[in-house]
Design a protein. Structure first.
Length: 252
């Protein structure tokens, strides 16, 4: 049990990736604090995670918009009330709202602001609330989710810039929170989640073709990488960006 007696908080836990991460960590013995903006998705995540919860482990859940301090900070409070601490912070909330592809010069100021907010803000609020405790106890993990779009992406300049910011923030966190807290970042390529439903088949074929493994990723494959960064096995790994991308080359 690689997560025995560990408490992990996951934002955006109601989506396919969040559920897969929650279940993977629960299978390894973790207790979990789950939050999502959708109460229904959150309830489903809690039910699914209960199925694999280890003996003695527990789940606390609260709906929140993770980008809003007044909503996400009570989730941190709930975690501290219920479990007394959080050992692992997994910042999954992020993505792109509205049209999937917009030419750079046509991206509105409003969209720029929203995309940066959605991908960066929750992690900052929660780091302020939870990292001091991790440092005091001398052990902690932060796992941030970027995207291979961090390297620049046609029609997704705002998302690429936001995910580059997440990658950079992860390195800054690793530097500032060392030596007690290890901070790492995962950059997925396209994973089979709801985003796939927003894309046309030709785009999907193109993205599959651009991976060496000739397929999309599965949520469970992200969960395995998150597990590694969340447990003791990654004890000498910090400040790293791991592409979980089927070998998709980042190129211009
Ligand atoms: N899906 C992919 O192919 C892919 C690829 C690369 C990176 N990512 C990144 O992985 C993460 C998860 O992606 P996804 O496609 O599963 O996301 P998603 O849009 O399906 O959202 C996941 C969950 O987050 C919740 N959520 C959305 N906004 C929220 C908010 N403000 N506060 C709290 N919860 C909120 C949603 O209700 C949903 O249950 C994101 O950071 C995304 O950028 C995804």
């Amino acid at each position: 049990m690689r997560m025995k007696d560990k408490i992990a908080l996951i934002t955006g836990a109601g989506g396919p990736m969040g559920r897969a991460i929650a279940r993977r960590l629960a299978e390894e013995g973790a207790s979990l604090v789950l939050t999502d903006i959708s109460a229904n998705r959150l309830d489903e995540a809690v039910t699914l995670t209960h199925e694999v919860l280890a003996e003695g482990a527990d789940i606390a859940a609260r709906r929140s918009n993770a980008t809003v301090a007044a909503e996400i900070l009570p989730v941190a409070d709930l975690a501290l009330e219920r479990f007394g601490r959080v050992d692992v912070l997994i910042n999954l909330v992020g993505g792109l709202r509205g049209d999937m592809y917009v030419p750079l010069l046509e991206i509105s100021d409003e969209r720029w602001g929203e995309t940066l907010q959605l991908n960066l803000r929750a992690g900052l609020h929660l780091a302020r609330a939870l990292v001091p405790g991790m440092r005091e106890r001398g052990w902690g993990r932060v796992v941030n989710i970027s995207s291979i779009a961090y390297a620049g992406e046609l029609g997704q300049a705002d998302y690429g810039a936001a995910k580059a910011a997440v990658a950079s923030l992860s390195r800054s966190m690793a530097i500032e929170f060392a030596p007690e807290v290890n901070v790492n970042c995962i950059a997925p390529s396209l994973i089979r989640t709801s985003v796939v439903e927003r894309m046309d088949p030709a785009e999907l074929d193109d993205l599959r073709d651009r991976t060496l493994l000739k397929r999309l990723g599965e949520a469970g494959e992200i969960a395995n990488a998150v597990l590694f960064f969340s447990c003791d096995e990654s004890s000498f790994v910090t400040g790293q960006l791991l592409a979980v991308s089927g070998g998709m080359a980042v190129s211009l």
